[in-house]
Design a protein around this ligand. Structure first.
Ligand code: NAD
Ligand code: TDX
Length: 342
């Protein structure tokens, strides 16, 4: 990778931690700083080994606070913004924190990226900004039609990015990927919730008729696509990232049960999510022109993912019970108190 030093916001979350692990493994000369507020979704355990070995400098801080952003961005050549409030169901209950982090936080990052003249700013966005797809594949020029407060907040962040690219010529790119799955994903999300509930012998709560479709991408494939866009994408442009194999939630739930070794009897159909987007479908040829293609097939990646949750039971039990925070705070007490872990 041609980047000397990168700032990864939200690097203690699901995709951010997988991204940091990939860069540390494959580009050991790149200096990595992680800025993460460690919200309920941020878990220092996800990158603890890298922080301990000195491969990653960790700063506990909030992108909503300009001062924290300014400190973390010092010396960053490239900024990757993964930090966000990300769970649709939470945004339906209460959206204020989504607006603050996903829009205001993005604005803070853009301001300092401009002031400090970063070489490239990469905004991690989502297929949800286009809204539900009725049979049509959305490309990067499709209109934004968010269907819930989370995706509306992501649209706000994206639009501010595009405004900075146009007004100030900030060299930035935006990636919009489909649903990710893999290790370290929070148990509130569909696939980890269903895997861990199946392991615990609990019900698997499917919303509505269970026939809503998602185009699942293995998290490592998305991380590689994000790197490709950061390295080779054109300034001011958007890149969709998807595999192009949508499937209904019910089928995914059945596959999970098969891998966990349980019967289908635990699937229960519950009241639908409010405003539930039926399907997301992306046309993602543009990123392929940069040389990216997914390396992973859904079925083996799912098997690997289930195995990860089986092998890392302590990790998700601590996330489910809430004990994860006490666990890492004990380990990093002094360092976290100073607001810096190195
Ligand atoms: P996640 O919820 O697992 O992680 C989010 C991380 O951001 C956490 O570590 C959290 O502590 C941190 N964070 C939240 N608010 C913050 C703030 N104000 N300041 C600093 N840090 C803060 O999310 P994820 O699934 O890893 O998603 C990462 C990014 O990818 C998000 O921008 C999301 O919109 C986007 N995305 C996710 C998916 C998916 O399927 N998970 C798909 C497309 C796009
Ligand atoms: O208990 C559940 N039952 C259920 O049927 C949950 C949590 C989800 N579902 C359904 C809703 C969706 O159709 O499964 C599908 C996936 O749900 P989520 O994991 O909540 O993902 P989604 O709403 O599709 O949004 C995800 O992809 C786009 C991420 O959470 C976003 O951050 C990302 O931008």
């Amino acid at each position: 990778m041609p980047f000397r030093s990168i700032l990864v916001t939200g690097g203690a979350g699901f995709i951010g931690s997988n991204f940091v692990r990939m860069v540390a493994r494959e580009h050991p000369k790149t200096v990595i700083t992680v800025l993460d507020a460690l919200t309920y979704a941020g878990n220092l355990e996800n990158i603890a080994d890298l922080v301990d070995s000195g491969s990653v400098r960790f700063i506990k801080g909030d992108i909503r606070e300009p001062a924290a952003v300014r400190v973390a961005m010092d010396n960053a050549e490239v900024v990757f913004n993964f930090a966000a409030e990300t769970h649709v169901d939470r945004s339906i209950e209460e959206a204020a924190s989504f607006i603050e982090t996903d829009i205001q936080g993005t604005y803070n990052l853009l301001n300092f990226a401009r002031e400090l003249k970063v070489k490239r700013y990469v905004q991690i966005s989502t297929d949800e900004v286009y809204g539900s797809s009725a049979g049509k594949d959305f490309d990067e020029t499709s209109p934004l039609r968010p269907g819930n407060p989370y995706s509306a907040s992501k649209c706000g962040g994206d639009l501010m990015c595009l405004a900075f690219a146009n007004t100030y010529r900030l060299p930035l790119v935006i990636t919009r990927s489909s649903n990710n799955f893999g290790p370290y994903q929070h148990v509130e999300k569909f696939i980890p919730l269903f895997i861990t509930n199946a392991m615990e012998g609990k019900d698997l709560p499917l919303y509505g008729d269970g026939l809503h479709e998602r185009d699942w991408i293995f998290v490592e494939d998305n991380c590689r696509a994000i790197l490709a866009v950061a390295e080779k994408g054109n300034d001011g442009e958007v890149y969709n990232i998807a595999v192009g194999k949508s499937q209904p939630n019910l089928r995914v739930a059945e596959l999970i049960l098969k891998h966990v070794g349980k019967t289908n009897s635990r699937i229960v159909f519950i009241e639908d999510r409010k405003g539930h987007d039926r399907a997301y479908r992306l046309a993602a040829e543009k990123v392929r022109v940069l040389g990216w293609a997914p390396r992973t097939e859904f079925a083996p990646a799912m098997e690997e993912t289930v195995r990860w949750y089986v092998d890392n039971r302590g990790w998700w039990e601590r996330v489910k019970s809430g004990a994860f925070r006490e666990y890492y705070e004990k380990q990093y007490k002094d360092k976290l108190a100073k607001g810096k872990t190195k």
